[in-house]
Design a protein around this ligand. Structure first.
Ligand code: MTE
Length: 308
């Protein structure tokens, strides 16, 4: 039994739940349930996005218990079990996201309209944290670009900035100074528009648990986990590169690009391997977290040691 209370999950989020333990049946089940119907057109990356991350055939999905019990969500404390213990104070309904900046149709959208208005699909992505551990999670969501398209970005929109809710009454550790609140992150426009970049509203066939970033979070599978900002209330289309909260705090440790790159050390530890949380085993970290074929072209001509 979950220790926290969820809002009533939309029926379409429940469908794949029983299938989660077996990846093959998950994917088959999604096809059968018609959840894959929303996949955009064809093309290499689009096709691949419907499958578990590449090279993961032998990788197991992290247990629900670990995925929801070992978290980074500094708004609720800095210990890994703080979010599971404290995130019940977050109220996720009502919830609105404001989209502003360089758009022809700036505005707001409520979580109900998001859940009913986009084609939700299940995608199994690894989340590789900069602390050198990783999880493999069956997310439920839809491409960020589908949401951005509703607001019609102009050609002046070069970057996207995201902001988490700021409300110390609900997020008690925002009274502390671990981070320059609210938590902020950013992507270059082409990264934001890449079909692998997901807005996730659920996982394991359920509505998103509070400690994992309810009701809506980003998942950028080829970047270190800190890019995957939780509990988003603001999206700004901007012309200048935004500075993320972690970059502001420690620019030598957390670069803007944050691409998973085993060759670039974190100043305090190497990044060549990672500990899988589901069994504690260590594996070699893959370039771009295994998505090199899909995303490497975004960084053609860039020095990824300098632009880390
Ligand atoms: N988003 C917010 N708002 N606050 C945070 O502290 N932590 C980040 C990211 N998103 C964080 C956040 C980090 S460092 C990681 S590794 C992932 O969330 C962890 O996601 P998980 O708890 O679902 O594993």
């Amino acid at each position: 039994m979950p220790r926290y209370r969820f809002p009533e999950p939309p029926a379409r989020l429940i469908t794949p739940r029983a299938l989660v333990m077996d990846r093959r049946s998950v994917m088959a089940g999604l096809g059968a349930a018609g959840l894959m119907a929303g996949l955009p057109g064809s093309g290499r990356a689009d096709t691949l996005a419907a499958e578990p991350w590449p090279g993961s055939a032998t990788d197991e999905i992290t247990s629900h218990e670990v995925a929801t019990g070992y978290n980074n969500f500094f708004e609720f404390g800095t210990a890994k079990d703080d979010p599971a213990r404290h995130a019940h104070t977050l109220r996720t309904d009502p919830w609105r996201i404001t989209v502003s900046g360089h758009a022809n149709a700036p505005g707001e959208i409520g979580i109900e309209d998001i859940l009913s208005g986009f084609d939700l699909e299940e995608r199994i992505y690894r989340l590789r944290c900069v602390e050198a551990w990783s999880k493999v999670i069956p997310w439920i969501g839809f491409p960020l670009r589908d949401l951005l398209a509703r607001f019609d970005p102009t050609s002046d929109a070069k970057y996207v900035e995201f902001e988490t809710l700021y409300d110390p009454a609900q997020m008690p550790n925002q009274t502390g100074d671990d981070i320059d609140w609210p938590y902020r992150e950013g992507l270059r426009m082409d990264e934001a528009m890449h079909p692998l970049t997901l807005l996730a509203v659920g996982m394991y066939g359920e509505v998103m648990p509070n400690q994992n970033g309810a009701p809506i979070r980003l998942v950028v599978p080829w970047k270190y986990g800190f890019k995957s900002i939780k509990s988003i209330v603001g999206i700004r289309l901007v012309s200048e590169r935004p500075v993320s909260s972690w970059e502001a705090r420690a620019p030598r440790e957390y670069g803007f690009y944050a691409n998973v790159n085993p060759q670039v050390r974190h100043p305090r530890w190497h990044q060549a391997t990672e500990r899988r949380l589901h069994d504690g085993g260590r594996i070699a970290t893959q370039m771009f977290n295994g998505y090199e074929e899909q995303v490497a072209h975004l960084y053609d001509g860039m020095d990824l040691t300098e632009n880390f």
